[in-house]
Design a protein around this ligand. Structure first.
Ligand SMILES: Nc1ncnc2c1ncn2[C@@H]1O[C@H](COP(=O)(O)OP(=O)(O)O)[C@@H](O)[C@H]1O
Ligand SMILES: CC(=O)OP(=O)(O)O
Ligand SMILES: [Mg+2]
Length: 376
């Protein structure tokens, strides 16, 4: 018996599961959303974790606790048992993932206090991207400064990219080692990864989870000169710029709401700002799609995952519209099928397979946590 309690503390949510790792069975699961928002029943992440532990009741069967940690920097590239020094290191990485590491840490502290007898393991979003080649992770800035401060692309959502790319190979019945896959993790945070033979070779997020795609509240890519420019012409300081790009940009900045469902509703009512935001969101994804097909030297499969990718047929169809010349053909009926299962949405005979694979970061974290402490 190897039960692992997994905490996936996100920027505004906590997801949790109790997983029997020998079978992969989920024995309990739940989520808390909108943490810390005005009117929310959950004041902060520590409060949330205490509530979850109280709801679980009898915890004597839990053999380990697995924690999602977003930034592992260059120190952590595998699942790592947590002691006080690991906890401190996660804290020190907080400036590199300001929406995430502080929340992850609150979860770790609350859970270690409540379950002090069992091992706790950190599983890092950055770990899967440790295989990036230098040309993909190096920023073209002063080499000594970059080295001194570990400034490079790390990439995130790695637990999800790893899990769904492995599931895709299993679903297709093809060896992972020969598959060229592009994973579109489209949630509140969003990123894309080029996976060659099971290894991440390029990914859209960077030093922090701010680079790349348009997200709920994050800008994704922009000319870095926007920052000094806004400092000079609008008088915005570093903290304000950081807040602007991480918390007040993306869909929220362009439309007034960061939730894709609300943006779509506004767009269907003809709202110009919402229509533009959707066009920018799609344009950015297609930019990376083109880049990654070239990086992979061709393409076998595209996988959609996370909140938007799993649930929104219209956005999937629009994202891949007109790409038949690349061998990408969607079957509209398959795409629109209302299902929570892993499924193929490409047309019969489409040279590129297009799949929807619900992500399960908790299962992947449970397995890696169990392995890290020598459980099965
Ligand atoms: N049917 C849907 N259509 C469009 N967007 C959706 C749908 N269902 C969920 N979402 C979006 O998915 C996001 C949450 O995705 P999730 O992967 O849980 O995000 P995260 O883990 O980053 O919080 C929400 O911001 C919501 O806008
Ligand atoms: C890294 C990241 O952006 O995570 P999330 O999508 O959970 O916010
Ligand atoms: Mg997420």
């Amino acid at each position: 018996m190897s039960r692992v309690f997994v905490l996936n503390t996100g920027s505004s949510s906590i997801k949790y599961q109790v997983i029997e790792t020998t079978t992969g069975e989920s024995l309990a699961r739940g989520s808390l959303e909108r943490i810390g928002e005005a009117g929310s029943a959950v004041a902060d992440h520590a409060d949330g974790v205490r509530g979850i532990l109280a709801d679980l009741g009898d915890t004597t069967q839990i053999a380990a606790v697995g924690h999602r940690v977003v930034h592992g920097g260059s120190r952590f590239t595998t699942a790592t048992p947590i002691d006080d020094s690991v906890e401190r290191a996660i804290d020190e990485l907080s400036p590199l993932a300001p929406l995430h590491n502080p929340a992850n840490l609150l979860g770790i502290r609350a859970a270690r206090a409540a379950l002090p007898e069992v091992p706790h393991v950190a599983v890092f979003d950055t770990a899967f991207h440790a295989t990036l080649p230098p040309e993909a992770y190096t920023y073209a800035i002063d080499r000594d400064l970059a080295r001194e401060h570990d400034v490079r692309r790390y990439g995130f959502h790695g637990t999800s990219h790893k899990y769904v790319s492995e599931r895709a190979a299993a679903f297709l019945g093809r060896p992972l080692g020969s598959l060229r896959t592009i994973v579109l993790h489209l949630g509140n945070g969003a990123s894309m990864t080029a996976v060659q033979g099971g290894r991440s070779i390029d990914t859209s997020m960077g030093l922090t989870p701010l680079q790349g795609l348009v997200m709920g509240t994050r800008s994704g890519d922009l000319d870095p000169a926007v920052l000094p420019y806004l400092n000079r012409v609008a008088g915005l300081g570093i903290a304000e710029l950081d807040d602007l790009l991480n918390r007040r940009s993306g869909l929220l900045g362009m439309t007034g709401t960061g939730d894709m469902r609300d943006v779509q509703r506004a767009a269907s009512d003809g709202d110009e700002a919402a229509l533009t935001a959707l066009a920018v969101w799609r344009h950015r994804i297609r930019h990376y799609l083109g880049a990654y097909i070239v990086a992979l030297g061709g393409l076998d499969a595209i996988v959609f995952t996370a909140g938007v990718g799993e649930n929104n047929a219209l956005l999937r169809r629009r994202t891949l519209a007109g790409l038949e010349f690349l061998g990408i053909r969607i079957d509209d009926d398959r795409n629109e099928l209302d299902s929570r299962d892993e499924r193929r949405i490409s047309a019969a005979g489409s040279p590129v397979e297009v799949l929807v694979i619900p992500t399960n970061e908790e299962l992947e974290i449970a397995r890696q946590s169990a392995a890290a402490v020598g459980m099965r």
